[in-house]
Design a protein. Structure first.
Length: 95
């Protein structure tokens, strides 16, 4: 009888402490800043920054295109080498 009572008491302690260890999270909404009016100065800076960024992106695209053409030429050379290697394998097996 004592063992049953002690096991029930231990179970109640375990279950009550489990609830105390997991509090519910508190969610707080972030503040949004007040909208500002765009000025002519910021519009000019934005246009200049956009043009600079566009030029940089165009330069990167040109560099990437050049790399792609080099890679295409390399792949074609590798394909030719593979064909030659296959021909050599065929001829060595025959002779």
């Amino acid at each position: 009888m004592r063992a049953l009572f002690l096991s029930l008491l231990a179970g109640a302690i375990v279950f009550s402490s489990a609830d105390a260890q997991s509090p519910t999270p508190i969610v707080i909404q972030a503040m949004t800043p007040a909208p500002t009016k765009p000025s002519a100065v910021t519009a000019g800076v934005t246009t200049s920054a956009t043009q600079t960024t566009l030029k940089a992106l165009q330069a990167m695209k040109a560099a990437n295109d050049e790399i792609l053409t080099q890679q295409k030429a390399t792949l074609e050379k590798l394909d030719e080498m593979e064909k030659v290697a296959n021909d050599i394998r065929i001829y060595t097996k025959r002779g």
